[in-house]
Write a protein that binds this ligand. Structure first.
Ligand SMILES: [Zn+2]
Length: 510
C-alpha cells in the first residue's frame, strides 16, 4: 500500500476513492494547464485527458516549466502527459494533440463524459465550445484565463434550460454575435492572444484545481464551488475583485500601480524545502528575475508521504536531502537560477551575504520567530507563508513600511509551540494537502517585487489569506504598521551600552 496520499487522507471528509475514480478533461497544455495538472497529480485524480494542438517552442521559457528538456516541435499535450506520468505513475493520463474548433466534435474526443471540464486556454472560441458542451451535457466547466499580471477564474454550473444556439458555428465574424447570446458574461475576449506567464498561471492553476476537487469530492456541505468570477490583478491596490452571480456587469480590477519590475539580480534565502518551499522554489524559478541566487535551508530528506504536495520531488528522490532535490529541479526549470543548498537549520548565527528578502516556508512558529527577529535586526524584507489543510496566509514584513510577523502573534505562538514540545514526546502528524501550500508559496514569490520597491508596489501591511471555505476564495486584510523593530533596536542599544560601560552618549546613535 502506497503512502503517497497518507497526509491528505487524514483530512476529515476526505475520500481518495472519489478522486481516484474521477475523470477530468483539461483543455490547453500551456502554463495554466501545466500548473493545474501538476496540482491534480498531487491530489491523485484518477484519469486526466489533456487537449492541445500546440507544439513545444524552440525558445523555451521557464513559464512552460513542464516542457523543460522537451524537443522543439513535440506535441505539448503529449510531453505534459509523460511529465505527469513520471511524477505520479498511479494516474491514467492521456495527452491528445487536438484543438476544439467546433463544438460537435467534443463528445467523440472526450470519450466517456468527464466529471468536470477544466478550460486552461485564453482562447474565447474554445471557451465558448466548452461552455456549450458543459451546458448541453450537464457537466460543470471551470474556466481560467491569465496573462503576466492578471488572472481570472469562473465556474459554470450546468443549466438544464440551456440550448446550444442553432447557428453556433464559430468563425471570426460570428464570435461577437455568439458572445452576446451567452447568458454568462464570463467568456470575454480580453485575454485573447495574450501569453500566459509564470506566477499568475501558477496561482490560477492551483485555485482552479481546488474548484475541480469541490465537484468531485467536497469535504462537507460548506465546501462549495465558487458562484461567479474571481479576478486578480497584481497591479491593483485591491488585488482582488469578485463578481458573484451570473449576470453582473463586466468588470475589471483597476491597474493603479506601476509596472512590476524584477531586479536584474535577486538574492533570496528560502527557509524550508517542504510543501511551501517546493511551490515557492517553483515560483521563483518561473518568476521574472533574470539572475537569481537562492540559498535554501532544510535538514530533512524526501519521504514518500511528501509526494502528494511537494511537487518538485519525484519517486527517485526518496532518501535524498530535500534541498539537493529541490535545487536540481529549480535548475532544470531555469538555467539562470543559482541554487545553494544548505542541508541544515537556518539560525541566528547563519553567515550569508545580506539577501534582498527571506522567504519563510516552514510550518514552525519557532523558526518563523527566529527569522522575524533576524529580519527586524538586520532590516531585511521577510515574506512568510503559513497553511493548514484548508487555508493559507502570507504576511510580509517590509522594514519601515509594513507590520512584522506580530500580525500572526509569532512570539506567543512560538512559545506555545516550545511549551507543547517540552510536554510531549509524541510527534503529531498534521494532515496536509497540496493546494493551500501551493497557493502560499506562489503568493509569497508574487510579493517579492512589492517588498523590494514598496513605494511603487504597495506591499500589503497585514496579510493575504485564502480558504477553501471562503466565498471570496482570497482576501486582503490590511493592518497598521507596528513598532516591533524600533523596540528591538532600542533594546539592543541598551544592552550594548550596559556591556560597554561606561557608556558615552555618542554610542547611542551608532
Ligand atoms: Zn510587529
Amino acid at each position: 500500500m502506497s503512502d503517497r496520499y497518507d497526509r491528505q487522507e487524514r483530512i476529515e471528509g476526505w475520500d481518495q476513492t472519489k478522486l481516484e475514480t474521477a475523470y477530468v478533461a483539461v483543455v490547453g497544455a500551456g502554463p495554466v494547464a501545466q500548473a493545474a495538472t501538476l496540482c491534480m497529480a498531487g491530489l491523485g485524480v484518477g484519469e486526466l485527458r489533456i487537449f492541445d494542438n500546440a507544439r513545444v517552442s524552440s525558445n523555451y521559457l521557464p513559464s512552460n516549466f513542464q516542457m523543460r528538456g522537451a524537443k522543439p516541435g513535440e506535441s505539448m499535450a503529449k510531453v505534459l502527459e509523460q511529465r505527469l506520468q513520471k511524477f505520479n505513475p498511479i494516474m491514467k493520463i492521456k495527452g491528445l494533440h487536438w484543438k476544439f474548433d467546433q463544438h460537435y466534435f467534443a463528445d467523440a474526443v472526450f470519450g466517456r463524459k468527464p466529471d468536470v471540464v477544466l478550460d486552461c486556454t485564453n482562447d474565447p472560441y474554445q471557451e465558448l465550445i466548452l461552455y456549450a458542451y458543459g451546458q448541453a451535457n450537464g457537466i460543470p466547466v471551470v474556466n481560467t484565463s491569465a496573462n503576466e499580471n492578471k488572472y481570472e477564474l469562473a465556474v459554470l454550473m450546468p443549466d438544464r434550460n440551456f440550448k446550444v444556439p442553432e447557428d453556433f458555428y464559430l468563425d471570426d465574424t460570428s464570435l461577437e454575435k455568439v458572445l452576446a447570446k451567452i447568458p454568462y458574461d464570463y467568456i470575454q475576449a480580453k485575454f485573447r492572444g495574450e501569453d500566459q506567464k509564470g506566477l499568475a498561471s501558477l496561482m490560477v492553476g492551483g485555485l482552479a484545481t481546488d474548484q475541480v476537487r469541490k465537484f468531485i469530492m467536497p469535504l462537507d456541505e460548506a465546501d462549495r464551488p465558487l458562484r461567479g468570477i474571481f479576478r486578480y490583478n497584481e497591479l491593483s491596490k485591491d488585488r482582488i475583485q469578485l463578481q458573484l452571480g451570473s449576470k453582473a456587469p463586466i468588470g475589471d480590477v483597476s491597474s493603479a500601480l506601476s509596472k512590476i519590475v524584477w531586479p536584474d539580480e535577486l538574492n533570496i534565502v528560502i527557509v524550508g524545502a517542504g510543501s511551501i518551499g517546493n511551490s515557492a522554489g517553483l515560483a521563483l524559478a518561473v518568476s521574472g528575475g533574470s539572475t537569481i541566487n537562492a540559498h535554501i535551508f532544510d535538514k530533512d530528506e524526501v519521504e514518500e508521504v511528501n509526494l502528494n504536495r511537494q511537487v518538485l520531488f519525484k519517486m527517485s528522490d526518496i532518501g535524498r536531502n530535500k534541498v539537493d532535490a529541490l535545487a536540481q529541479t529549480m535548475n532544470e526549470i531555469n538555467g539562470n537560477i543559482n541554487v545553494f543548498p544548505h542541508p541544515e537549520f537556518f539560525t541566528a548565527d547563519t553567515k550569508l551575504p545580506k539577501p534582498d528578502a527571506i522567504l519563510v516556508c516552514t510550518d514552525s512558529f519557532r523558526s518563523r520567530k527566529l527569522v522575524n527577529d533576524y529580519a527586524k535586526l538586520h532590516g531585511i524584507p521577510l515574506i512568510s507563508g503559513g497553511t493548514n489543510f484548508s487555508s493559507f496566509d502570507v504576511v510580509n514584513y517590509v522594514p519601515g513600511t509594513t507590520r512584522c510577523l506580530c500580525e500572526i502573534d509569532v512570539d506567543v505562538n512560538a512559545e506555545k509551540e516550545a511549551e507543547a514540545a517540552r510536554h510531549s514526546c509524541i510527534h503529531v502528524v498534521e494532515p496536509s494537502v497540496i493546494i493551500p501550500n501551493w497557493l502560499a508559496g506562489v503568493q509569497m514569490v508574487m510579493q517579492i517585487p512589492h517588498a523590494l520597491s514598496p513605494a511603487d508596489h504597495d506591499p500589503v501591511s497585514g496579510r493575504i489569506t485564502g480558504s477553501i471555505y471562503s466565498p471570496n476564495l482570497m482576501n486582503v486584510q490590511r493592518k497598521p504598521i507596528c513598532d516591533c523593530a524600533d523596540k528591538m533596536q532600542k533594546q539592543k542599544k541598551r544592552s550594548t551600552r550596559k556591556k560597554r560601560k561606561p557608556a558615552s552618549s555618542s554610542t547611542a546613535s551608532a
